[in-house]
Ligand binder design. Structure first.
Ligand code: ZN
Length: 79
């Protein structure tokens, strides 16, 4: 099973892949409408928003947590 290189989500079905393309290394949540992968800034923003919503952290703490999570993912290594 593949994991999304940009957010770590397991991609189990074809529908989980960007554009439904199983050759892609990132998931539907990390793709732009045109099918290209979102940038670090775009992903950081959406992950921060997600953490604020699900964990009730303030913006700064959520962004810190998001950065920590993203640092472990292959797409953002060395950023
Ligand atoms: Zn993803």
């Amino acid at each position: 099973m593949k994991r999304c290189i940009a957010c770590g989500m397991p991609m189990e079905t074809q529908a989980d892949f960007a554009m439904g393309d199983e050759n892609k290394d990132y998931c539907i949540h990390c793709a732009r409408p045109d099918g290209s992968m979102q940038s670090y800034e775009e992903k950081l923003k959406s992950m921060t928003g997600f953490i604020v919503k699900t964990q009730g952290l303030d913006e700064e703490a959520a962004q810190h947590a998001a950065k920590g999570m993203m640092a472990k993912l292959p797409a953002w290594k060395g950023i």
